[in-house]
Design a protein. Structure first.
Length: 267
């Protein structure tokens, strides 16, 4: 072997393994993998971890699933989501400022299995609600542990500021409730990607807070929390739809950067 080739080979043997290691590290780093923020919307707060209360307005049938969802999202390094006594009317599930109300009811054959709704002022979430529709969950197809866990986990995840990781129904599951699927068996809980994304969303601190704040929603007119928010007629305009039409996002504006977003899972 020539004296020229030998040093080049030595350099290659040193550099290539190092490069491979760096690429592997980048592929599994939070910055590389986490990329499913819901438009940058987040709760304002002045410290981490923060506590976001989930108001329990659900029936005993749903209590174990809400408890599981609370436990799952509380594993995040930046937030805790304890279950507290609900303050909403079950049927309307109108939100309370600075927290998320969670409700179930027979909302009717309206096409939706679950809803997540957030009220935002600028980029800050001020209140939220999660609803699961027993009209469908009382049927044989959806009355399963897997479907109940997936929908409850996903809808609460949206109120934290998360979007879906994937919206293709018939590809392999990603092992997260933020991946929609026709087979929820392995998509019942958050995965590391979700926790990484939350860490990115809440990596900065704010000078004010919208969490547990009685004044967080004061900028909204009364109409923002009135009327039948379970109906498409009150959701404003559709701004996004998955390819198969089973996932939708709607927005209703109230001026001055104040909006209500509705994330819909179709039955």
């Amino acid at each position: 072997m020539s004296s020229i080739i030998r040093p080049r080979l030595l350099v290659a043997l040193i550099i290539l393994p190092t490069l491979a290691a760096l690429l592997a590290l980048a592929a599994f780093s939070p910055a590389a993998k986490a990329n499913h923020s819901w438009g940058g919307y987040h709760w304002a707060r002045t410290a981490n971890p923060f506590t976001l209360q989930l108001g329990d307005n659900v029936s005993p049938t749903w209590d174990p699933y809400l408890k599981t969802t609370s436990s799952d999202w509380s594993k995040s390094s930046v937030l805790d989501t304890p279950v507290v006594r609900g303050q909403a009317s079950v049927k309307s599930c109108h939100p309370e400022s600075g927290r998320v109300e969670v409700c179930n009811a027979e909302y009717g054959n309206n096409g939706w299995l679950g809803l997540a709704q957030i009220w935002v002022s600028g980029k800050h979430i001020t209140q939220g609600s999660t609803k699961v529709n027993d009209t469908y969950f009382n049927t044989a197809k959806y009355n399963t542990t897997a479907w109940r866990n997936l929908v409850m986990c996903q809808e609460v995840g949206h109120t934290l500021g998360l979007d879906h990781q994937d919206e293709v129904f018939d590809n392999p599951n990603l092992g997260t409730c933020m991946d929609y699927t026709s087979d929820p068996s392995t998509n019942q809980h958050p995965n590391r990607h979700d926790y990484d994304e939350l860490a990115i969303i809440y990596s900065h601190l704010d000078s004010t807070t919208t969490v547990s704040s009685a004044s967080a929603a004061d900028k909204f007119p009364p109409a923002a929390s009135e009327g039948n928010l379970n109906s498409r007629a009150a959701w404003g305009r559709k701004i996004r739809e998955s390819r198969n039409g089973r996932l939708e996002v709607w927005v209703r504006g109230f001026g001055n950067g104040n909006k209500v977003f509705t994330f819909v899972i179709e039955a």
